[in-house]
Design a protein. Structure first.
Length: 491
């Protein structure tokens, strides 16, 4: 596919700006209809979409069928949110003209769309985090226009979904430039999109290097803009002794699956396992080693990711104090990820920043601590994470509340007795941790809260009712929940 030129990017954003001026006034009901129509058009692509996505991404059919369901499901979830309406956080303080010593003005506030959002498609989720994925869905729900840069790893998949969105816009009678689809392998395409003066925000899912580069570019603009980048995580798993004593084998099986699912190409893959030296930890490592050795290498998304995994894996294994515990008994072929686990003592881990870096693929590092204090030191040494997991019996969990408190300092989601892979799309999900997991821990890129990235509050003072948006009008024509003079209700 041909890279978009600067002229094409300029034209796309000018057209998007014109479309935004109309789309920002579209009702919640109309936007909900658009999102549901997009979902229906994606479903209408049928097996063609899955077949092409399989060819481009090397992901299995079952995984892509599930991802398509997640993609259409989150579009419908945002549609429900729009129809309910309270997400705009409408707040009204009516005037008190005879208040002494000064009169009180009429003040009404709600969330308004930012404008044109540039979305970078993700390599590891060709559907759910790409062309019509969560970033696009939440931006369209907010009333923003979207310019998507397709990921070069799956351009045909992205193009098919883009056609489905265009069809949906036509069926809904909305401006076609509400959504624009561009291609680009070269970094100049991304740079031009971020630096264009009509871009109002950026959404990105990918590597730390890529996300940080976009963030730095956006901050160098004459008018800086927000970059909501999700940049990966090593997702620590704490293994407490009583849990290992009672169910080491089942825990090992669960974690082996998490480490190697989709060749380890999830941002929520369990990357480090932290335990206290004991017979129970030794048994756990033996069980985990057995499971890992039985898992066959899987083809990664594309050669660049496969080469990077091979390089990072080799670098990790030659670090001081690192021991290879197990790898697949099946030899890896070209572009396949070799399932691997290694171990290291806590003090060696603490001294070596290289071991703190994400190895994107089917690799995990076990950290052996001498006691609980060392486990706490490990937690406190970690940078921002998307998730952290605690494997524990209830009684020992209650005795280790301080570990939970330590994790809260830099983690977006804490899991008890589960695995971090598998991110539920719902109202309560938080998919975003402190830097460098994401560029802004206040927001999530999964779930309905993702819409908050693409809006900002505006206060309207002493406006006549006719100039107010429906959500703030005195009659409350949309019948939504709002805060009026300090009380929640539908009036």
């Amino acid at each position: 596919m041909k890279d978009a030129t600067y002229t094409e990017i300029d034209e796309a954003l000018k057209n998007a700006q014109e479309a935004f001026l109309a789309y920002r006034h579209t009702s919640g009901k109309q936007k909900a209809n658009l999102l549901r129509t997009i979902a229906a058009e994606i479903e209408n692509l049928g097996s063609e979409l899955i077949t092409i996505a399989m060819e481009e991404s090397h992901l299995p059919e079952a995984r892509l069928l599930g991802e398509r369901g997640r993609t259409t499901g989150q579009l419908k979830l945002f549609a429900d949110l729009l129809e309910e309406g309270s997400w705009v956080e409408a707040s009204i303080d009516t005037a008190i003209p005879d208040r002494q010593p000064l009169p009180k003005p009429d003040l009404r506030k709600m969330l308004f769309p930012l404008g044109n959002i540039v979305v970078f498609g993700a390599s590891n989720f060709p559907l759910a985090f790409s062309t019509a994925g969560g970033d696009t869905a939440s931006a369209l729900a907010a009333g923003c226009t979207v310019v998507v840069k397709a990921h070069p790893a799956h351009p045909e998949t992205s193009g098919l979904v883009a056609k489905a969105i265009a069809t949906a816009l036509e069926k809904c009678g909305l401006p076609q430039h509400i959504f624009t689809h561009l291609y680009g392998k070269h970094i100049e395409v991304g740079k031009n999109l971020v630096m264009h003066p009509l871009t109002n925000a950026v959404a990105f899912t990918g590597s730390y290097i890529g996300g940080k580069a976009l963030f730095d570019l956006a901050s160098q603009r004459k008018v800086p803009i927000p970059v909501f980048a999700e940049m990966g995580s090593i997702n620590p798993v704490l293994l407490l002794p009583d849990a290992l004593k009672s169910r080491a084998e089942s825990i090992a099986q669960q974690l082996a699956n998490s480490i190697t699912a989709s060749a380890g190409q999830f941002c929520t893959k369990a990357g480090i396992l932290i335990g206290i030296e004991s017979n129970e930890l030794t048994d756990f490592i033996q069980h985990l080693s057995s499971f890992i050795s039985q898992i066959k290498p899987a083809t990664m998304l594309y050669d660049g990711i496969a080469n990077n995994y091979d390089y990072q894996r080799k670098i990790a294994l030659v670090q001081t104090g690192v021991n290879l515990e197990a790898q697949s008994a099946t030899e890896a072929q070209k572009d396949e990820a070799m399932p691997t686990i290694a171990s290291v003592m806590a003090q060696d881990f603490l001294k070596n920043p290289t071991l703190h870096e994400e190895v994107f693929g089917a690799y995990a590092l076990i950290i052996k601590c001498k006691h609980k204090d060392e486990m706490q030191q490990i937690i406190q040494s970690l940078e921002g994470q998307l998730t952290a997991t605690i494997i524990a019996e209830k009684e020992e969990l209650l005795k280790h509340k301080d570990l939970v408190d330590d994790l809260k300092n830099n983690v977006g989601r804490i899991i008890i007795n589960g695995v971090p892979t598998g991110v539920e799309v719902c109202h309560s999900m938080q998919h975003g941790g402190t830097f460098p997991a994401t560029t802004d821990a206040h927001f999530t890129s999964v779930g309905t809260g993702a819409i908050k990235r693409f809006v900002r509050p505006i206060c309207l003072q002493n406006f006549p009712d006719e100039l107010l948006p429906s959500e703030l009008q005195a009659s409350n024509p949309l019948n939504i929940w709002r805060l009026t003079n300090g009380k929640w209700g539908k009036d």
